[in-house]
Design a protein around this ligand. Structure first.
Ligand code: UGA
Length: 443
């Protein structure tokens, strides 16, 4: 089948590459000519395991094309994906200007039937807005061309995006049209060979499903983070509690890891956007507001702890920091807890010496060169002469460090672990003080 994808961001690029890999003929359109040129030259704008090879292969074999020419994109296919960004505006609502601009472009240039697929995470009611936009433009053109708008939210995780997209748990399709259902079934046929993953529903339910999924996951995390605070004051260990409750199938082991707060481009934005949607219909979304508030507070835990440990005097201290990205296997720093921590440390006159396997370039891009930030090439070199070690991201490279070496290198033998990577007793046997999240003790 022929497919056009508008937007070569995370979602659009991965989706396009995977659809091409399934054998479809895919054209990607983006307004950013630098990005499009880079992609044509095999330069992938994001770090995502497996993405480079699948883009290169499909581009090389002619199933995946890149262009800035929207007219070419519209003409290419009946199926038109919208996968452009929906950044939060000032009050937390998802900004739809890019989505609606693509809808207008499609409507302006279409000369034959189109199925417009909303892939971006968009508030409930967006498909209706896209539909009216398209209908309006067609009306001003004096044309009546058959068109449909369908919601098909994406559920991929950064760091596992290619695999998630190739082997999705479910494919949500929001449409009332039997024709569209059949087309979507054909498009996604390779995902359904062993097991039917298609779930059809009305368009508004599909849109809400996306927010509900992310908000449920964010809720699980904030819940565990809240219990972890209680554990600290009550002398319990959240890791034991996690194993204890996860064994109940109704709760499950996934997404119940306490830590230094959730980040990324999705959870913070989507929780805020759903709160905003609730406000707009005069519903007080108390639980969602609390999920956000707990996370906000949790991102400050590491700094509070370090500050208390040094009796509020951080001036001139050097803090070794392991892990900058919001989670492992990505260079994405959006809403990363490391940023909240570094900014607080700098404000108090401390220096940060940081190492991350992938996100150092991105950190440099965000913060530029500054005297109180040193980015170093290995996790060991971050330690030398530092006053403490703090861990923000659970990269595998940090799972089994040489604790004696850490103790020897640090000026103060102390680890603040925002991801509960170690057994506290084991660390303490090496003569290091250890503060995890919810591990029965606090500073
Ligand atoms: C999230 C969802 O997991 C995807 O299903 C969804 O498609 C995506 O958002 C999206 O809307 O596009 P992602 O943002 O890539 O994916 O990251 P996650 O793996 O969900 O992690 C989010 C944050 O939660 C990270 O900061 C992670 O460290 C934190 N987390 C996760 C915890 O603190 N505890 C956990 O138990 C799990």
């Amino acid at each position: 089948m022929k497919v056009t994808v508008f937007g070569v961001g995370y979602v659009g690029l991965v989706q396009a590459a995977v659809l091409a890999d399934f054998g479809h003929d895919v054209v990607c359109v983006d307004v950013d000519s630098d990005k499009i040129n880079d992609l044509k030259n095999g330069i992938i704008p994001i770090y995502e395991p497996g993405l480079t090879s699948i883009v290169e292969r499909n581009y090389g074999e002619g199933r995946l094309g890149f262009t800035t020419d929207a007219v070419e994109g519209v003409r290419h296919a009946e199926i038109q994906f919208i996968a452009v960004g929906t950044p939060p505006d000032e009050d937390g609502a998802a900004d739809l200007k890019y989505v609606l601009a693509v809808a207008s472009t499609i409507a302006t240039h279409m000369t034959s039937k189109k199925i417009i697929v909303d892939k971006s995470t968009v508030p409930v009611g967006t498909a209706d807005k896209v539909l009216s936009q398209v209908s309006e433009v067609l009306a001003t053109r004096g044309e009546a061309i058959e068109h449909y708008v369908v919601s098909n939210p994406e559920f991929l995780k950064e760091g596992a995006a290619v695999n998630d997209c190739m082997r999705p748990d479910r494919i949500i399709i929001g449409t009332a049209s039997e024709y569209v259902k059949a087309q979507m079934r054909e498009l996604y046929a390779p995902c359904n060979r062993n097991h039917d993953r298609m779930i059809f529903m009305d368009v508004r339910s599909a849109e809400l499903t996306k927010y509900a999924a992310n908000c449920m996951l964010a809720t699980k995390i904030s819940f565990m983070n809240e219990i972890s605070r209680l554990a600290e004051y009550l002398g319990a260990d959240i890791e034991n509690v996690r194993r204890g409750i996860g064994s109940d199938e109704r709760i499950g082991y996934h997404f119940i890891y306490a830590g230094c707060g959730y980040g990324g481009s999705c959870f913070p934005k989507d929780v805020q956007a759903l709160v905003h949607t609730a406000n707009s219909i005069n519903y007080d979304a108390q639980l969602l507001k609390s999920v956000e508030a707990v996370n906000y507070r949790q991102k400050e835990v590491l700094f509070d702890r370090i500050s208390r440990y040094f009796a509020g005097d951080l001036s001139g201290k050097t803090i070794a920091l392991w892990g900058l990205s919001f989670k492992p296997k990505t260079d994405d720093m959006r809403e990363a807890t490391s940023r909240v921590l570094m900014e607080s440390l700098w404000e108090q006159g401390a220096k940060v010496r940081a190492y991350d396997p992938e996100a150092m370039e991105e950190t440099q891009r965000i913060y530029g060169c500054r005297e109180d930030l040193e980015l170093v090439g290995t996790k060991e070199s971050a330690l030398q002469g530092a006053d403490a070690l703090v861990i923000c991201t659970e990269w595998k490279a940090f799972w089994a460090p040489d604790f004696d070496q850490i103790k020897g290198a640090l000026r103060q033998p102390v680890i603040f672990d925002g991801r509960n990577l170690y057994d506290p007793q084991q660390v303490e046997r090496h003569g290091l003080a250890y503060y995890g999240i919810g591990r029965g003790r606090s500073v």
